[in-house]
Design a protein around this ligand. Structure first.
Ligand code: FAD
Length: 447
């Protein structure tokens, strides 16, 4: 280990190398513990050292040295992924890119930005230009753009703009592990080999993403006594052409009772629709909710948007986080219900599992098609039972993207895995990038 440190010290300043056990462990981990299965499998995994480059030139030198010495490399943004994506399976170095965090260039309707920039900072800066992001994860306060592109899928905004694969990444600059390291500019369909690749095919150093004119957003929590009504209401809002929206979420009772910071705001009985909509559609949407016996319980006015805790801080996988804070036996699944019969699928699931599975829907667009995407909470009892539930969902056609595996592709999202594996052989001939995550490559320990 000291021999590795010495060699890396020659290429980066010592301030950028972390070797202390506590820091190494911290920066070797992500939110893998959301899954009791991954918690057991990955708990002991860690890097030998952490490197935090200040410049892309330093990053390049680190990659060159790692390749020459055949040292495994795992890239880290903010480490907020849920599948152990950013955790090194075979030791080696973790390179934390969070200091490469500058905007490179503003364009009229897009921005080119370094991979380590936090999405919230980017959104703030875009707002100053009268623009806003299309999509971002609910972790945007911490998450980096590079980590989102390489490890995420969608989030707030996806109900309108789709996921990462729907035109929300325009271009990426990538460093390879060839000799010498190559700098590639990737656009169009070639991006499919890098989006949600866990950094197995290359190191993204900057990304160009589209921006849209900034809108005036309001957040609202509506309470419903009937699950059918809240589903119908949210489908109407999500499918409407005339209302602009960033978020349409359904939370079955008693999920809202886990949201401690909202205790005084919500009556916390019943099912909830959590929305983020454009201000000028507020009254129409409120009337629609009332016509289905929905009641507005809490709203964040546009003037208070993002000042303090907001409604979106309880959606997407933050819902699971609040549930876990309440009871650490909760875990979750990711699935796509069918727009045509999701209400039947949901009632069949409720009949079968009762309180063991609680419904959480995020309405989103995928390749232009509206989908009620599930992030259901599941009471964990055993791995065997978890996979019985997954099987039940799949049999029903409510297909699950398994979040309890660190293997790329097993989690769904229709990745072009074969093309990725092929490209990995070209860009990373020694299989050093995020070893063991690509299912067709074998994890080999070289340290
Ligand atoms: P990291 O976790 O650091 O990295 C993710 C993956 O990308 C890793 O495999 C890493 O090796 C790789 N990587 C990172 N940077 C680069 C790079 N520059 N080049 C190549 N590879 C790289 N995800 C969503 O999509 N939508 C959500 O709404 C959402 N909500 C969440 C809520 C909670 C409470 C939590 C804990 C997670 C949530 N996530 C969500 C997952 C995660 O937060 C996001 O995907 C986030 O964008 C990851 O960014 P990060 O910077 O933390 O990436």
């Amino acid at each position: 280990e000291s021999f590795i440190i010495e060699r890396f010290m020659k290429v980066v300043g010592s301030a950028s190398i972390l070797t202390e056990e506590k820091n190494v462990l911290k920066l070797s981990r992500d939110y893998y513990w959301y899954s009791p299965v991954l918690k057991e499998e990955l708990e002991k995994k860690k890097a030998d050292i952490i490197l935090i480059p200040e410049t892309t030139i330093e990053l390049k030198s680190i990659l060159n040295l790692a390749r020459d010495s055949k040292i495994p490399v795992t890239i880290r943004g903010a480490g907020t992924g849920n599948y152990g994506q950013a955790m090194p399976l075979t030791g080696g170095i973790v390179i934390d890119l969070s200091h490469l965090n500058e905007v490179i260039e503003w364009h009229n309707h897009s921005v080119k930005v370094q991979a380590g920039m936090r999405l919230r900072d980017l959104e703030k800066q875009a707002n100053e230009h009268g623009l806003e992001l299309t999509i971002y994860p609910s972790t945007f306060a911490k998450a980096t753009i590079g980590g989102f592109v390489a490890g995420g899928s969608g989030g707030i905004g996806s109900v309108t703009w789709g996921n990462l694969w729907d035109g929300n990444v325009l271009e990426a600059t990538v460093l390879t592990m060839n000799e010498p390291v190559q700098l590639l500019t990737i656009s169009g369909d070639d991006l499919l080999n890098y989006i949600h690749s866990y950094g197995t095919t290359g190191v993204i150093i900057d990304v160009t993403i589209p921006l849209k004119p900034k809108r005036n957003w309001r957040q609202i929590a509506f309470q419903f006594s009937s699950l059918t009504n809240v589903l119908t209401f949210t489908e109407d809002v999500a499918s409407s052409q005339k209302w602009n929206k960033r978020l349409v979420t359904v939370l079955e009772a008693p999920i809202s009772t886990y949201f401690l910071p909202l205790k005084k705001k919500l009556s916390q009985t019943g099912h909830y629709a959590f929305l983020e909509i454009e201000e000028d559609s507020y009254l129409e949407i409120k009337y629609l909710a009332e016509s289905l016996d929905g009641e507005e319980e809490y709203t964040v006015e546009p003037s208070h948007y993002r000042k303090g805790i907001g409604i979106s801080d309880f959606t997407w996988n933050h819902t699971t986080l609040w549930a876990l804070k309440n009871d650490d036996n909760w875990t979750y699944l990711q699935n796509f219900f069918n727009l045509e019969n999701y209400q039947n699928q949901i009632s069949t699931i409720k009949k079968e599992f009762g309180e063991e599975v609680l419904i959480h829907i995020e309405w989103l667009k995928d390749k232009g098609k509206l989908i009620p995407a599930g992030l259901p909470l599941v009471k964990y009892s055993s791995k065997e039972r978890l996979y019985q539930i997954i099987e039940f969902f799949n049999q029903l056609g409510a297909s699950v993207n398994d979040p309890h595996t660190y293997l790329l592709g097993a989690g769904g999202w229709n990745l072009q895995l074969e093309a990725m594996a092929k490209l990995k052989k070209v860009n990373d001939p020694y299989d050093l990038l995020n070893q063991g995550k690509m299912p067709s490559t074998k994890a080999i320990s070289v340290m």
